[in-house]
Design a protein around this ligand. Structure first.
Ligand code: GDP
Length: 137
């Protein structure tokens, strides 16, 4: 069993797609270990995306991620990190495969409906950034 961290991003929450996305995640065999809706401050978004601080889109990304409530969660299944990335689809929904979450729910390369950790070290950091050990037993 492996754990990953995911966010239903503000665009998808605002569009009323939270339930549909959570349903896809559960149908894909993930157990929801922990879940909480939050409206990130800009500073919280910047801390979460600190690895992207040098990218040209960092400012816009942090503005978007703090623009409304999102749903943060810890997910578990075998091969969780890679499998979630599979069902999410490519970063740019224009390049996402049919049937993926981003193909069906994302509006743009920035407002792309869902986040999923990209490696074990990032998953560990991201889970710890948002959830206390007590919440992820
Ligand atoms: P991910 O792992 O598929 O989420 O993609 P990245 O780690 O490369 O980028 C993190 C997030 O930044 C993406 O999910 C998008 O929300 C946003 N992003 C990535 N590339 C771009 C871009 O070229 N322009 C803008 N505005 N946002 C981007």
């Amino acid at each position: 069993m492996e754990r990953t961290f995911s966010i239903v991003k503000p665009d998808a929450v605002k569009a009323g797609n939270t339930g549909a996305i959570l349903s896809r995640i559960e149908k894909a065999g993930f157990r929801i270990v922990a879940l909480r809706m939050r409206h990130l401050t800009r500073a919280e978004a910047e801390g979460f995306y600190h690895v992207h601080a040098a990218r040209p889109f960092f400012g816009d990304l942090c503005t978007f991620m703090s623009s409304g409530p999102c749903v943060t969660m810890v997910l578990e299944r075998d091969n969780a990190i890679a499998h979630l990335r599979d069902i999410m689809g490519a970063t740019n929904p224009a390049n996402a495969a049919a049937g993926t979450i981003r193909k069906d729910f994302a509006a743009s390369i920035e407002a792309n409906a869902i986040h999923g950790s990209d490696a074990p070290e990032t998953a560990k950091f991201e889970i710890g950034y948002f959830f206390a050990g007590l919440e992820t037993r």
